[in-house]
Structures are given as structure tokens and as C-alpha cells.
Design a protein around this ligand. Structure first.
Ligand SMILES: Nc1ncnc2c1ncn2[C@@H]1O[C@H](COP(=O)(O)OP(=O)(O)OP(=O)(O)O)[C@@H](O)[C@H]1O
Length: 412
């Protein structure tokens, strides 16, 4: 009885084990199938990623090629003058014109800031590179000359203006004690205003000559346009240099470019001009009227100047340099024909009558051109006919120039 029972329980156990094993096998087979499916999916994903990778690598190679093409010369060098938002930039090329451009997507936008020097692709006008900031020591277009050679005798037709500038600039430098004796503060500087080519620079150089002062010339428009973002620093350095080189005269030509009426800054370019003007005003206020640095400003546009510049203690004397009248033209013609071999029959009075409305610079050009006509005709002296041809030539050049300027074709 016990035997038969033992046999029964053994056979039951075997059945259980077999069932268990069969279940286990079927479970493992199912898992195996699942894993195979997973593997198949992973392998297909891998293949997809590999094809993507190949596609992206091809794309990168293509884009790199395009960047290289964009970067290859000829490139235009310019300075970012304004950031117009919307990923567009105003770039002033070193040749002058301004462009509204976009930048290559490969550039870091943090580098694309106002004042940054950059290169533009000539065809697409895209900013393709940012250049390191580097200036040569011929600093920033500042002309520093030792005592100039021009004298008052070289200036024609401006007797009254010579007297004015002598009192305001020459006397304080050469005889400061006169001002102390009388008890008045000498002017710090004068402003010369009038049409182009009438002798403003010439007069300023002549004063420097007579005071034995060094002559530092800067052009206002260059301070704010050529070296964007540098204007205020340049003004500071200019005064610093003038103090070191004293006695000296600072001559700021085209002062209207930095000294125009201050308006609410619209663009960052306007703000740059304002910053430069504020620095100029601060430096004007900061230097000693009795010292040996004087400042002469020059402008063709006194009408647009900021009144702050004309306040006492800044440009104290304002001197008009007009177009020469008949007497003035005669005197200028005499100066520029002094070393010329001119015909005894030639009357400079006639030439002075013929050249009404012309400035000193044009009169000088007429004298040179007349000499060239005589030279071309192999003559030893310059006659009236040469002067008439020269007057026509210079006159028509002016007319053409004025026509193209008013047509908006080109700007002087
Ligand atoms: N009154 C003058 N007497 C003699 N020469 C003159 C006179 N005005 C002009 N010139 C001649 O013309 C040249 C140019 O003049 P200058 O540069 O002084 O003019 P400017 O008034 O400063 O002009 P701009 O306003 O364009 O700077 C002078 O170097 C000089 O040869």
C-alpha cells in the first residue's frame, strides 16, 4: 500500500517538473522573440542614424565649402556702425559707402558689435569675418606737424580776420602778461566759419607759424566715422598730445561733424557723435585759458552747430571767413603768381574780375592750370590766354562737380 502511494507521488512530481520545464521553455521562447524584435528595431534605428550622420557630414562639407568661398578675396573691409536689429547690421566700408547687411551664421553674434572691424564678401555683402582691433601709430588721421611754414603773407584778402585771430590766439600765446595786466581771461579758442576753400586751414597754420606752436589737425568727420566707437577716446588723446607738445594749436576741421545740434539719439551712430561732442566740451572746459594750448575749430556749417560749443570759455571768438571779394581775389592771385613768370601785358585785375564767386583754393588752381597751359604750348611765360583757358577749365570743373553733386550722382 505504502509502495503504491510512493510511486504515485513520484509520478506526480515528474509531471510537475515537466509542466514547469515546458512553461519555462515557452516563457524563454517568448522572451527570445521579444528580444529579437527589440534587436531588429535597434538595428533599424542604428541604420537610420548612420544614414542621417552621412547626410549631415555631407551638408557640413557643403557649408564649409560655401564659407570658404565667401571668405576668399576680394573682401571689403568695414566697420559695424549700427545694429539695426533683426540680424541686420550697418557696415561702413573703408572706401566710404555704407551697407545694410547680414552676417554669416558661423559668426558668434557676441562679436558682431558696434565698432567691430569686419570683412564683407564683395558679391553677397555678407559679414564673413571679424577682424582684430588694430590701429597703426600714425594715429587715427591726426596730422601733427612741427611749426608750419605758412605765414600771414601767404593769406590773401583776410586782413580783418588776421587781426582777429592774432588777438585771440597769437597774443595769449606770445604775450600772456598783457591779459594778466589788464585782468581779462584770454580766449581758449576761435571758430572759423565760411565756405570751403577760403583759407581757414591756411590761416590756422599761419597763426601756428607766428606763435612757433606745433600744429595738430584732426577732421571731425573722421573722428566719428572712420574710427567708430573711438571718437571720445581720440578727443581725449588729442588734448593729451597737445598738452605734451605745447605750445600747440589744435585745429579741428569739419567740427560740425561732431558739434551739430544734439537731438535725441536715434541710432547708435548718433549716440557716438554725442559722446564725442561731450568729451570735446569736457576737454574744452578742462584746459587752462592762460595755458599754451589753443584750439581753432573750422566749419562750413555754423548754422547747425550746437550752441553749447559757442558758450563763453569754449570757442570765445567766432570769425567769418567769407568768399573773397574783388580785392581779396586780386590779393590771392598776387600771392599765387608771385613765383610765376607772367607776361608783362597780363593784368591780374582782369583775372580778378573774371573770377567772381571763386574761392582761394580755386584761384590757386587757376594759377597752376595757367602755368600748365603755357608749359604745354612751350612758352617761357604765362599769358592772358593761358589764364582765360585755365579759368574756363577750373570753372567748368566746378560746374560739373556741382551738377553731379546736385544730381545726387556723387558727393564731394
Ligand atoms: N585767402 C587765401 N589766400 C591765399 N590762398 C588761399 C586762400 N584761401 C585758400 N587758399 C589756397 O587754397 C588752399 C586750400 O585752402 P584751405 O584748405 O585753407 O581752405 P579751407 O577754408 O580750410 O577749406 P575747407 O573748408 O574745405 O577745409 C590753401 O592751401 C591755399 O593755397
Amino acid at each position: 500500500m505504502a509502495d503504491s502511494q510512493t510511486k504515485k507521488s513520484e509520478s506526480l512530481n515528474e509531471e510537475d517538473v515537466t509542466r514547469y520545464l515546458l512553461d519555462r521553455i515557452s516563457g524563454l521562447e517568448k522572451r527570445n522573440l521579444e528580444l529579437r524584435e527589440e534587436l531588429r528595431q535597434l538595428e533599424s534605428e542604428k541604420r537610420f542614424i548612420e544614414t542621417q550622420k552621412i547626410r549631415f557630414e555631407r551638408e557640413i562639407r557643403k557649408l564649409k565649402g560655401e564659407v570658404e568661398k565667401l571668405r576668399s578675396p576680394p573682401l571689403i573691409i568695414g566697420t559695424i556702425t549700427d545694429i539695426a536689429g533683426d540680424s541686420r547690421y550697418v557696415v561702413q566700408s573703408s572706401a566710404g559707402p555704407k551697407f545694410m547687411v547680414r552676417a554669416s551664421g558661423f559668426l558668434d553674434t557676441a562679436d558682431l558689435k558696434q565698432g567691430a572691424r569686419c570683412t564683407l564678401n564683395q558679391q553677397s555683402l555678407t559679414i564673413v569675418d571679424i577682424l582684430p582691433v588694430s590701429f597703426d601709430s600714425q594715429i587715427y588721421g591726426m596730422e601733427i606737424s612741427n611749426i608750419p611754414e605758412e605765414t600771414y603773407d601767404d593769406v590773401g584778402g583776410l586782413e580783418y580776420q588776421i587781426t582777429e585771430i592774432r588777438e585771440a590766439v597769437e597774443l595769449p600765446l606770445t604775450k600772456p602778461e598783457i591779459f594778466t595786466r589788464i585782468g581779462i581771461t584770454p580766449p581758449k579758442g576761435v571758430l572759423l566759419y565760411g565756405p570751403p576753400g577760403t583759407g581757414k586751414t591756411l590761416l590756422a597754420r599761419a597763426v601756428a607759424h607766428h606763435t612757433e606752436a606745433k600744429f595738430l589737425r584732426v577732421v571731425g568727420s573722421e573722428l566719428v566715422q572712420k574710427y567708430i566707437g573711438e571718437g571720445a577716446r581720440l578727443v581725449r588723446e588729442l588734448f593729451e598730445l597737445a598738452r605734451k607738445s605745447a605750445p600747440s594749436i589744435i585745429f579741428i576741421d569739419e567740427i560740425d561733424a561732431i558739434g551739430a545740434h544734439r537731438t535725441e539719439g536715434i541710432t547708435s551712430g548718433d549716440r557716438e557723435v554725442q559722446r564725442t561732442l561731450m568729451q570735446l566740451l569736457a576737454d574744452l572746459d578742462g584746459f587752462e585759458a592762460r595755458g599754451d594750448v589753443k584750439i581753432i575749430g573750422a566749419t562750413n556749417r555754423i548754422d547747425i552747430l550746437d550752441p553749447a560749443l559757442l558758450r563763453p570759455g569754449r570757442f570765445d571768438r567766432i570769425i567769418e571767413i567769407p568768399l573773397p571779394d574783388y580785392e581779396g581775389r586780386l590779393s590771392i592771385l598776387k600771392i599765387h603768381t608771385e613765383n610765376m613768370n607772367i607776361s608783362k601785358k597780363l593784368s591780374l585785375e582782369d583775372i580778378a574780375k573774371l573770377t567772381e564767386g571763386m574761392n582761394g583754393s580755386e584761384l590757386r588752381a587757376i594759377c597752376t592750370e595757367a602755368g600748365m597751359f603755357a608749359l604745354r604750348n612751350e612758352k617761357d611765360y604765362v599769358g592772358i590766354d593761358d589764364f582765360i583757358l585755365a579759368t574756363d577749365k577750373v570753372g567748368s570743373e566746378i560746374k560739373n562737380h556741382m551738377k553731379t553733386t546736385s544730381d545726387g550722382v556723387m558727393f564731394a
